[in-house]
Write a protein that binds this ligand. Structure first.
Ligand SMILES: [Zn+2]
Length: 178
């Protein structure tokens, strides 16, 4: 399920971050959000879901609340609420060229609810396998992106290699010119 982690962060960042990597961005809404995320997901059919834009935006907001909850108990409550709401059901799927693997599609009907079930379950499995403190907001200047940290030591603080480099440069400059 950890293969979902980059997609979860990408949906949250697309739909909710007003600053990314030091630049001001206007989060896409409606059709624009659907088109952008369908491309990330590699599923153009997402665009045929009725009201996919507002549904995706709502899912992104719920995911952001779960990722950035202050206390583990709140985080668990947010994730559990999403699992219930999207009716995540485990079942084994055999895709072409792949062995059977476990999916947790939501049972709400549209592809957005299916994603909600997958993503909520992925967060639950990450908490279960890695602990409650593997989610965060980028600490670089002018960035509101979230990240999911699946590294061995869990020391991630930035959303991307670009923000890590920006933060290092800023720290170096402030040491030289305090
Ligand atoms: Zn960042």
């Amino acid at each position: 399920m950890t293969r979902q982690a980059p997609l979860i962060a990408e949906l949250v960042n697309l739909a909710t971050a007003r600053w990314r990597g030091g630049a001001s961005v206007r989060p896409p809404t409606g059709e624009d959000l659907v088109t952008a995320f369908a491309a990330q997901l590699g599923k153009p059919t997402l665009r045929s879901v009725p009201d996919a834009g507002p549904r995706l935006a709502e899912l992104a907001a719920e995911l952001r609340r779960a990722l950035l909850a202050d206390r583990p108990a709140d985080q668990a409550a947010h994730i559990n609420a999403m699992i219930r709401r999207y009716g995540a059901q485990p079942y084994l799927v055999e895709d072409v060229g792949q062995p059977f693997h476990l999916h947790f599609h939501g049972s709400g009907g549209t592809q957005v609810e299916a994603l909600g079930g997958e993503f909520a379950t992925a967060l639950a499995l990450i908490v279960d396998g890695y602990g409650p403190d593997r989610f965060g907001a980028c600490e670089a200047h002018q960035c509101e992106a979230v990240y999911i940290d699946l590294t061995r030591n869990g020391s991630r603080r930035y959303c991307s290699a670009a923000c890590t480099a920006r933060a290092k440069t800023a720290a170096y400059r402030s040491r030289r010119h305090p």
